[in-house]
Design a protein around this ligand. Structure first.
Ligand SMILES: [Zn+2]
Length: 331
């Protein structure tokens, strides 16, 4: 009999190094990064082409997330969920320098790409800032396509973008088509559709060590931007249960934040969906009852794990004040 996909799964993170990265994935989030000053992203849970999370624990150790989706779709994703691959991607980002101004296609636009990709709706939760760290999200009121194109050509498109100073704990929702950039100093947790399509509108007139600018996709960006998306503010959390705030409720994912005092308990899961858990602060013990028996896993700050739908209700317990992001699919 195949090992059952019914216990909390931990994965090996995949690191991405880009010129805007830094060291905080290691110093702040405890990731085993190597030497180098440019660790930008830790892909915690991903099933996108060759980018595959690999299970670290239990009887499914060594399996990729893609294999699990193909072999045990209902157990992992939930009954009735139709997906050829895991629909979401979770990462941490260390934005040591400001990222490019960019926009992502929606599902319809992504389907027309060669090769086709999902659209990319994303949401961020701010984990750390530096004084003056900015978020650029959406256009200033009334900006027209012509005004934006003119500003881009003149090398100062930021004059058309809404910006605000980010605070730790802010959640920003970026539906596909919303122009955006993350500013220098931020550390971010990001949940997004499992897509890797980015159109870069502007890169702050930067060049690399050899004097070359990074590739821009100005025409694709201008054609992809949703000009009805004006200024984007941080989300207003809605209380949806004891210690639980809903940060984002959209057709691609639900993003909740669980805040537990020291030595508190709660229940996660059992609602038919998988739950992607990321501990931002404190420590969380997760107990699941599987066919193989009761399993206990402890997640520290900076660690993520995936509770398959078939794992049912998990009993969780905190050590110290504990903050956890909990991402699931809308029913
Ligand atoms: Zn983005």
């Amino acid at each position: 009999m195949n090992p059952q996909c019914d216990y909390l799964l931990r994965f090996q993170p995949l690191f991405r190094r880009y010129l805007w990265g830094g060291r905080r994935l290691g110093t702040m989030l405890g990731k085993a990064i190597g030497p180098g000053e440019d660790y930008a992203e830790s892909w915690e849970i991903v099933d996108h082409g060759d980018d595959q999370s690999v299970v670290l624990n239990g009887s499914l150790a060594g399996k990729t997330l893609g294999e699990l989706v193909r072999e045990q779709p209902a157990a992992l994703l939930g009954e009735g969920v139709k997906a050829a691959s895991f629909p979401l991607l979770f990462k941490f980002l260390d934005c040591n320098r400001t990222l490019s101004v960019q926009v992502h296609p929606n599902d319809e636009q992504g389907a027309k790409l060669e090769p086709p990709d999902l659209g990319k709706t994303e949401a961020w939760v701010v984990l750390a800032t530096e004084p003056g760290s900015k978020i650029y999200a959406g256009l200033k009121p009334g900006v027209t396509p012509e005004q934006l194109a003119t500003a881009v050509a003149a090398g100062h498109c930021e004059t058309c973008l809404h910006e605000f100073e980010a605070q730790v704990g802010d959640c920003v929702f970026i539906p596909a088509g919303t122009v955006h950039a993350l500013g220098a100093g931020l550390v971010i947790a990001e949940i997004q559709q499992a897509s890797d399509t980015t159109f870069r509108l502007h890169d702050w007139n930067r060049v690399d060590a050899a004097g070359n600018p990074r590739q821009l996709h100005v025409d694709e960006s201008l054609a992809t931007i949703d000009y009805t998306r004006g200024p984007v503010a941080s989300q207003r959390p809605q209380s949806v249960g004891p210690s639980v705030e809903r940060l984002v409720d959209c057709d691609k994912f639900l993003l909740d934040r669980l805040t537990l005092a020291d030595d508190a308990t709660a229940v996660i899961g059992g609602d038919g969906s998988f739950h992607l858990l990321a501990v931002l602060e404190g420590e969380l013990n997760v107990a699941t009852k599987s066919i193989a028996g009761t399993t206990n896993e402890t997640l520290s700050a900076g660690e993520t794990a995936l509770l398959p739908a078939a794992a049912g209700r998990a009993q969780v317990a905190s050590r110290g004040k504990t903050v956890v992001l909990d991402v699931s699919l809308p029913s």
